[in-house]
Design a binder for this molecule. Structure first.
Ligand SMILES: *[C@@H]1O[C@H](CO)[C@@H](O)[C@H](O)[C@H]1NC(C)=O
Ligand SMILES: *[C@@H]1O[C@H](CO)[C@@H](O)[C@H](O)[C@H]1NC(C)=O
Length: 432
């Protein structure tokens, strides 16, 4: 919360003529009545004007500051740890984080077709541990009308946005109104990743993805051949696909829960590549967590993933994949670079009581392999296949991008230019 400016918060309540000390009492009552809004699908806190006259009794005994509600929006298409980090930073500027997810229609009108459906994007956003509430179908560019709705209906105190300028079609600053009202806060852009960059990486390895994966049908071979040129072009232009991500220990700490399993906790273990973190990953992690009290996730090293899935994978490197998994609310801890084989030694080291594996996976060849990576937990009777709630895999997401590559190529070319400008003009910005 370091540099948070509390003064302007007081302005909000003084401005509408309420005394801020009353709100401590109101929120306390809301919590007692069980109507605080910390679960999904519920939007906004019910206002309780009829309770106000009785609030005085509470505030003298138990003064609590009214929770600050902050809002941030986005498309969250191909969600990555950069989005997760932005939302983490936004949450740190308040107490309750409300996230607006832009509708499919608005994305189509402004950027072209999204890779992920609204349902998938919602699953991903709701799965982040910093997100408290979600507003579906947010507008692409924030309008005055929507801003009114945020302040009045959703009781938002501050609108948060990254440090990149956001202009309306008429060239004016989209957040001018919120800034003028002192209800705008800015966060620092997360270095090293953007959806543009990820699309670039997928398009670059498209040919290899085709060649190395029998899941891709033949109709894609033509696309793949075209991609041959794209790859060369993008390499020459200093391509967007090169990762600028510099993993730091601090970032990993920021994403971690920092807690080990409690006494008598049942530790569940699941492992995988978790490449291009998608809604299927969120769902399987959610199911896995339900089998115990502590979910430990093993993330295979880049070498292990390449060895078992082909050299075109992983699209995201080990540190990037680790951050995406750590950002998920169902995950308690990760092993950064776990072995392919789940050994008895590992099981003892982490006191693992159950090893699970989803029914939908990139490849289930290991089931017939001589060297079954799950031989140890199986022999100990602690292995279990669990139903994958969603039929999504990393290659199916990559495949959607390749199938639409013409559109994405155009969209990317534009973005690559602005990204290049960003990096050329980049200066040091403080913050985390
Ligand atoms: C891909 O590009 C290389 C050189 O740029 C060329 O030799 C090769 O024939 C191309 N392959 C396809 C399938 O177009
Ligand atoms: C190991 O896990 C079991 C649950 O499977 C738990 O009952 C036990 O207390 C754990 N051991 C320690 C030392 O925490």
């Amino acid at each position: 919360m370091g540099s948070m400016d509390f003064e302007s918060n007081n302005w909000i309540w003084d401005g509408v003529g309420y005394y801020s000390h009353l709100f401590g009492g109101i929120m306390l009552t809301a919590a007692v009545l069980g109507i605080s809004s910390s679960y999904f699908g519920k939007i906004g806190v019910p206002s309780l004007p009829y309770l106000w006259p009785h609030m005085e009794v509470f505030h003298k005994k138990k003064y609590r500051k009214k929770p600050i509600r902050v809002y941030m929006d986005g498309c969250f298409d191909l969600m990555h740890y950069g989005h997760a980090n932005a939302l983490r930073q936004a949450k740190a500027l308040g107490d309750i984080l409300v996230v607006g997810v832009v509708s499919d229609e608005e994305i189509i009108a402004n950027k072209g077709p999204p890779v992920l459906s609204m349902e998938e994007r919602l699953t991903l956003v709701s799965g982040l541990k910093w997100v408290d509430e979600v507003i579906t179908n947010a507008p692409y560019a924030i309008t005055e009308k929507f801003m009114d709705k945020l302040f009045n209906e959703h009781k938002i105190d501050y609108i948060i946005h990254g440090d990149d300028p956001c202009l309306l079609p008429d060239g004016t600053d989209a957040y001018a109104l919120a800034k003028k009202a002192g209800r705008y806060k800015q966060i620092k852009r997360t270095e090293g990743v953007s959806s543009t960059d990820i699309v670039g990486r997928i398009l670059s390895s498209a040919k290899d993805i085709k060649a190395g994966n029998e899941c891709f049908d033949n109709t894609l071979s033509e696309h793949a051949n075209n991609m041959n040129n794209t790859k060369a072009e993008e390499r020459q232009s200093g391509g967007a696909q090169i990762s600028h991500f510099l993993p730091t220990s601090r970032r990993i700490v920021q994403f971690s829960n920092g807690k080990g399993p409690g006494p008598n906790a049942r530790v569940v273990y699941i492992d995988g590549a978790f490449d291009l973190f998608h809604a299927g990953h969120v769902e399987i992690l959610k199911s896995a967590r339900q089998f115990g009290d502590f979910l430990l996730v093993g993330i295979h090293s880049d070498e292990t993933v390449s060895e078992h899935r082909g050299t075109q994978y992983p699209i995201m490197d080990l540190h990037e994949r680790s951050l995406s998994v750590l950002a998920c609310r169902y995950v308690d801890e990760v092993i950064i670079g776990s072995p392919w084989e789940v050994t008895k030694d590992m099981i003892i080291t982490f006191n693992i009581s159950l090893v699970v594996h989803g029914t939908v996976a990139e490849s289930t060849n290991f089931l017939n392999d001589d060297a079954d990576p799950y031989a140890a937990p199986k022999s100990m009777g602690i292995f279990r296949m669990i139903e994958s709630p969603k039929d999504i895999t990393t290659s199916s997401v990559a495949k959607r991008i390749i199938a639409n590559h013409e559109v994405y190529k155009k969209r990317n070319a534009k973005k690559v230019e602005s990204e290049k400008r960003y990096y050329a003009e980049k200066k040091y910005v403080s913050g985390d």
